[in-house]
Design a protein around this ligand. Structure first.
Ligand SMILES: N[C@@H](CCC(=O)N[C@@H](CS)C(=O)NCC(=O)O)C(=O)O
Length: 274
């Protein structure tokens, strides 16, 4: 008899989006040539989802559990990760690449999310890459760290230093990274920024200094807060976010360093985003 396939330890997630996000899912249930295979809880999915919503590109949302890796997903993406896109029967994956693809493949859909000027465009790619290569790994090293005291403080400082560096590159007035309007850089980091409550919940606070408290971060925090406030108020961000209670058990596993997702394992092994 063939051995029974072991269930992935992270597979018991709430089966579908909730809150405002379920309305967005329901509005995109109809068959479309462009399909987003997504998971309601996944920040990488939210990147692509935000771009689709911002640009009002017609798409079909298909909920999949990436820890059960259904054939429908594996057939398109042998890595078995979400987001995965099906575009006229052809697969695409990797959230940042999907976002850029949507920008290029639907040129008539505004707003345009990357600057026209080649220099500005390249610069905005540097900072989008910074989110994925620096901020997110530091987010997870901090979240998955076991222990307190100096060790925890060190992970917190490492994460805040990255946020500081990112913030110091923002347009002076903003409120968004490049100025008045949001762009891809904002959507690449937004899903992680709106999950910062995990540090309050599981790690005793993120350690943002209060206004007027002084210290290393004093100069950038007002700008970061302005940015965060603007991104949290964005309708598309709200429309792709589920109820907090259903994220909690997922992030609990990260905070206990028990999660077995590719990202959790990569973090544990000292690697970057898979
Ligand atoms: N580099 C990928 C990362 C995507 C990713 O890690 N997605 C998670 C869900 S949030 C996933 O599919 N995990 C399945 C697994 O770890 O097996 C991207 O940017 O699209």
């Amino acid at each position: 008899m063939a051995p029974e396939k072991q269930e992935h330890p992270d597979s018991k997630v709430h089966p579908h989006a909730t809150g405002l996000a379920i309305k967005t899912v329901e509005a995109h249930a109809q068959e479309e040539p462009l399909k987003l295979y997504g998971s309601w809880f996944c920040p990488f999915v939210q990147r692509a989802w935000l771009v689709l919503e911002e640009k009002k590109i017609p798409y079909q949302y298909i909920e999949v559990n990436p820890y059960k890796k259904p054939q429908s997903l594996m057939k398109l993406n042998p890595r078995g990760l979400v987001p995965t896109l099906e575009y006229n029967n052809k697969p695409l994956y990797e959230s940042n690449i999907i976002c850029e693809f949507l920008e290029e493949a639907y040129p008539d859909h505004t707003p345009h999310l990357v600057p026209k000027d080649p220099y500005d465009r390249a610069r905005s790619r540097i900072w989008a890459d910074y989110c994925t290569s620096r901020i997110i790994p530091a987010f997870h090293r901090y979240l998955q760290f076991q222990g307190d005291g100096d060790g925890l403080k060190e992970k917190q400082t490492e994460f805040l230093n990255h946020i500081q560096e990112f913030t110091s590159e923002m347009h002076e007035e903003g409120p968004f990274f490049l100025g008045k309007e949001p762009s891809l850089v904002d959507y690449v980091i937004a899903p992680f920024a709106v999950r910062l409550w995990v540090f309050d919940h599981f790690k005793g606070g993120l350690g943002f200094p209060e206004e007027g408290q002084g210290g290393t971060f004093e100069n950038v925090w007002p700008r970061w807060r302005k940015w965060l406030n603007a991104i949290e108020q964005r309708e598309t961000v709200k429309a792709t976010t589920s109820d907090k209670e259903h994220y909690l058990p997922i992030y609990q596993r990260y905070a206990d360093d028990k999660a077995q997702s590719e990202l959790a394992k990569a973090t544990r092994a000292g690697k970057g985003v898979p």
